[in-house]
Design a binder for this molecule. Structure first.
Ligand code: PGA
Length: 249
């Protein structure tokens, strides 16, 4: 069976106490889980959650990272600081970073390369806006974001990269891409990876789907040949909804 990767992005939610309670519930309920798991709490809860998931089958992820190693960057958090907290992976290029905070492909690429240089795993998010989909540009947008996001990344480093396809119109809206639509874009992204890194890489790259993944639709999405996991937002905030996704049957 494929090695699925299910990640929870907690976004700007949860105090340390709330984050600890969720992390403890997930550790208990996922200890017999068969897939790869990650939770990405806010920076403020990384240390708390990191202590709870350390040594378990749940990885600690961050939701963002500065593009510079250290220095005069007020309000930013560096890769060195994340590693100091035990962070193993970082989500980069999330649509909220791209669209609300105007991060462009060049900045995201800088972060991707820095994270990989420091040994972290990267979840690189790509995805089109509704108007881009309606204009028939979904593939072109995903190709550009994938190619530019991975510029300068070696084949060896790519082994630590997961791509998350997150159509922006499906994030937090309750609208999921149909499994068929999602799978078509996943297949396309796999082709893009093939062009850049060759066939073996295109087969082995993990491509998560994100955008209103819930217990009710997880299994149908994961059944698709090119969908290797999920990046979950809203439904990751409660064990009752994240665990059934993480243990989809
Ligand atoms: P959602 O968010 O599951 O709430 O749609 C997904 C994401 O933004 O990663």
């Amino acid at each position: 069976m494929r090695n699925y990767f299910i990640a929870g992005n907690w976004k700007m939610h949860k105090t340390r106490a709330e984050a600890a309670a969720l992390a403890q519930a997930l550790v208990a309920q996922l200890k017999d889980g068969k897939h790869k798991y990650l939770v990405a709490p806010s920076f403020t809860a990384l240390e708390t959650v990191g202590k709870i998931v350390a040594g378990t089958n749940i990885m600690l992820g961050a939701q963002n990272m500065a593009a510079e190693e250290q220095g005069a960057h007020t309000g930013e958090v560096s890769v060195l600081q994340l590693k100091d907290l035990g962070v193993q992976a970082v989500i980069l290029g999330h649509s909220e970073r791209r669209h609300l905070y105007k991060e462009d492909d060049a900045l995201i690429n800088k972060k991707v390369r820095l994270a990989l240089k420091h040994g972290l795993e990267v979840i690189l998010c790509v995805g089109e806006l509704l108007e881009e989909r309606e204009a028939g540009k979904a593939e072109a947008v995903c190709e550009t974001q994938t190619v530019k996001g991975l510029e300068g990344v070696t084949a060896e480093e790519l082994k630590r990269v997961t791509i998350a396809y997150e159509p922006v119109w499906a994030i937090g809206t309750g609208k999921t891409a149909t499994p068929e639509d999602a799978d078509a874009i996943h297949a396309f992204i796999r082709k893009v990876i093939g062009k850049l890194y060759g066939e073996a890489a295109s087969k082995s790259i993990c491509i998560q789907y994100g955008g209103s993944v819930k217990p009710e639709n997880a299994a149908q999405l994961m059944a698709k040949p090119n969908i290797d996991g999920a990046l979950v937002g809203g439904a990751a905030l409660k064990a009752e909804t994240f665990v059934p996704i993480a243990k989809f049957a």
